[in-house]
Design a protein around this ligand. Structure first.
Ligand SMILES: [Cu+2]
Length: 678
């Protein structure tokens, strides 16, 4: 096929879903079967059976839904600033976005991974990757808060992440775009000489969940796309699909689709651990950031790391292998037994299912077809369990139920196909509306799937909902998979562009959900643990307001003595000790966002007044019948004015504190005078 034909072919493949979806439009309203309404109806006051966590794609966030209702429970901010609660705007959380590139307040979140113990979800943490400025985040499932972000150095487009091992030993990731390592100024056409890939192993502390970059494996300059780790029999191994084994660097839709087969990387990480212990790694200077929240103060500490440890397959035999996988693979999924690995070639008519025991046998017998950069290529047929012949067009992802069945999404033919993993027999197929990417079955990537529901995450929405202008919400579709045939029972819109999701039984999370923060445990250095301790302190141009919130007032609520050019830090402590009573804080003209402070917590908003006058602040969260009264005034005087700090509540500006402050000002002036004399 010449290049022009290839381009036409590429265009045709792109347009196909649009044609197919418009042909199917007429039938889409008649696809509901059985008692769908009863199956998804959760009575008022009742809870859903599962939590489903969906990545937000270009929103950078995660959303939590209830299943089967499809009700949106919460958006969890992760990689993007979130004015709704001040995440990434408050002084405590700004450092969460520190990277080796500086402050990066947005990313593209793709793959959700729940923590696992013995191959089952344990409900402790949630991990998700940032695709663009490569990072991995951890969310604490007792608070639904992002508590940690670790940058991954020397990779680009961390799409292939953060896939977890069955006891949460590691989060495995691979670079989507190979780059010069270390970064340097070279012509792009020197790709083959200068560009390399890295596969990264991040360890997870079993007690606290803290992440650490354990080691990186140097790999050929391919594009590493998706991964899964072995489980049960294959525990200790990772499987990663790669594309662009052509090592093209331009017009990838054509140039990276030349070969009939790409490669799946197979890594023995137990062996890698052994080589690490033996010291067979090299160290390289680099830069990446580790941002960790202290959960008792709510303050994020940011640390730059400068060293990484690299394992090279050339020095570490029996650690990395390749096996061919049909044209432009995407998903790479391991069944609950750990024996079967499904490789989906986006541009291939068939799907390859590999057998872990056959792969092991081929390795033992050295049944290899050459090597790349010292990495043996396992003979394709030797590792194969079998081929699923023409199951559909554009296979992307596979999940599993608890009865030995696999479910694969087909982007181009817009359907989910159910098939038997052992016999490779196709059992059922059901249209989706339209063009599904990932799919999720609760526990579908673990050793214990719950084969009750399946959610297809569709990339194209078109006519499914009332139109909302050119941009439509992406769409999820819930299927009942408890019987022989899949039944479509619900459509619901989603936020951003969900890529992957994971769903977990609600009872694994609900009992541990935090209701409020104990105020006695608040170790924030600017906490105000009682209304009597509220005060305002000046330190040069920095002014610290120690403020409290309690239904229904902020203390102090009248503050004078701010000056143009000041940096005012409002440290607001919510003194409430009850569930569901956050207080908000918004300052007129502040150039960031509000704060939303949970009971028992302290959060800080920076305000830099630019104008003289009296400005209002107020609580933003409707907290009581007198919420509208929960407000105050801040007086701003000209730069250099001699208006002294005064603050108070109930118009009784505290003269005692005022006197104390004058004394403090005088002491500071004396100290400054002494300092400048020396
Ligand atoms: Cu309030």
């Amino acid at each position: 096929m010449d290049t022009k034909k290839m381009i036409n072919y590429g265009l045709w493949m792109l347009l196909l879903p649009v044609f197919m979806s418009s042909c199917e439009q007429k039938d889409t309203k008649k696809v509901i079967e059985g008692n769908a309404a009863q199956q998804v109806y959760v009575e008022p006051g009742e809870y859903d059976e599962f939590y489903a966590f969906m990545s937000g794609g270009f929103s950078g966030q995660i959303t939590a839904y209830g299943l089967p209702s499809g009700r949106l429970l919460r958006e969890i901010p992760v990689f993007s600033q979130y004015p709704e609660n001040g995440y990434g705007y408050s002084e405590e959380t700004k450092p969460m976005f520190n990277t080796s590139y500086g402050f990066v307040p947005w990313d593209d979140s793709h793959h959700i991974e729940l923590s696992q113990t013995k191959g089952e979800f344990d409900g402790r943490w949630l991990f998700v990757n940032g695709n663009n400025t490569p990072r991995i985040a951890r969310i604490d499932l007792t608070t639904f808060e992002t508590v940690e972000i670790l940058e991954i150095p020397d990779v680009a487009g961390l799409h292939c992440a953060p896939f977890i091992t069955e006891n949460s030993e590691y989060l495995v990731s691979g670079t989507r775009f190979s780059v010069p390592i270390p970064q340097k100024d070279v012509p792009i056409e020197t790709y083959k000489e200068n560009f390399k890939g890295l596969i990264n192993y991040v360890s997870v502390d079993p007690e606290h969940g803290h992440m650490e970059l354990a080691f990186q494996i140097e790999m050929p300059g391919f594009n590493y796309d998706l991964a899964r780790n072995g489980k049960a029999v294959s525990h200790g191994w990772s499987f990663l699909t790669t594309y662009n084994s052509e090592q093209a660097h331009s017009l990838l839709e054509v140039n990276a689709s030349q070969k009939d087969k790409d490669l799946m990387a197979i890594i023995n990480w137990k062996k890698a651990e052994q080589y690490m212990e033996e010291g067979r790694f090299t160290e390289r200077q680099t830069s990446y950031f580790h941002n960790l929240m202290d959960e008792s103060s709510g303050i994020v500490e940011s640390e730059e790391k400068t060293l990484t440890k690299i394992l090279n397959p050339k020095d570490c035999p029996d650690m990395v292998y390749f096996i061919p996988v049909p044209k432009s693979p995407h998903g790479c999924d391991v069944d609950p037994s750990g024996e079967y690995i499904v490789g989906n070639g986006k541009l291939s008519a068939d799907m390859s299912v590999y057998s872990f025991s056959k792969i092991q046998k081929a390795i033992e017998e050295e049944n290899f077809d050459g090597e790349i950069d010292g990495i043996p290529i396992i003979n394709y047929e030797a590792g194969l369990h079998g081929i699923l012949k023409k199951p559909g067009l554009g296979p992307l992802h596979t999940e599993f139920d608890d009865k030995g069945n696999a479910y694969t999404t087909f982007f181009i033919s817009s359907e989910v196909v159910k098939w038997d993993v052992e016999t490779k027999e196709i059992l059922d197929r059901h249209a989706t509306y339209y063009s599904p990417g990932h799919l999720v079955i609760p526990g579908g990537e673990t050793r214990k799937p719950d084969g009750k529901y399946l959610v297809a995450m569709n990339k194209i929405t078109k006519d499914r909902y009332l139109p909302t202008g050119p941009e439509l919400a992406h769409s999820a579709q819930l299927f009942d998979i408890s019987g022989d045939k899949m039944k479509l029972i619900l459509d619901f819109p989603t936020k951003g562009e969900p890529h992957y999701a994971q769903a977990i039984k609600a009872d694994k999370i609900m009992p541990n959900s935090k209701k409020f923060y104990n105020i006695e445990d608040n170790t924030h250095p600017h906490a105000t643990l009682g209304e009597g301790k509220t005060r305002v302190e000046r330190d040069g141009n920095d002014v610290h307001v120690y403020m409290t919130a309690m239904r229904s007032h902020l203390a102090p609520d009248n503050i004078e003595g701010f000056k143009v050019g000041d940096k005012v830090y409002f440290h607001l402590t919510n003194l409430e000790q009850d569930w569901d009573v956050p207080h908000g804080f918004a300052m007129q003209g502040a150039t960031n966002a509000e704060l939303l402070v949970m009971p028992g917590q302290t959060k800080t908003l920076l305000w830099e007044p630019k104008k003289v006058g009296v400005f209002a602040f107020y609580c933003t969260d409707f907290c009581s019948a007198l919420h509208q009264e929960m407000s105050g005034y801040a007086r701003v005087s000209p730069k250099g004015s001699d208006v002294k700090l005064k603050w108070g509540l109930n118009e009784e500006l505290r003269s005692g504190q005022q006197a104390a402050n004058e004394f403090y000002d005088q002491a500071r002036a004396n100290a400054n005078a002494t300092a400048s004399n020396n």
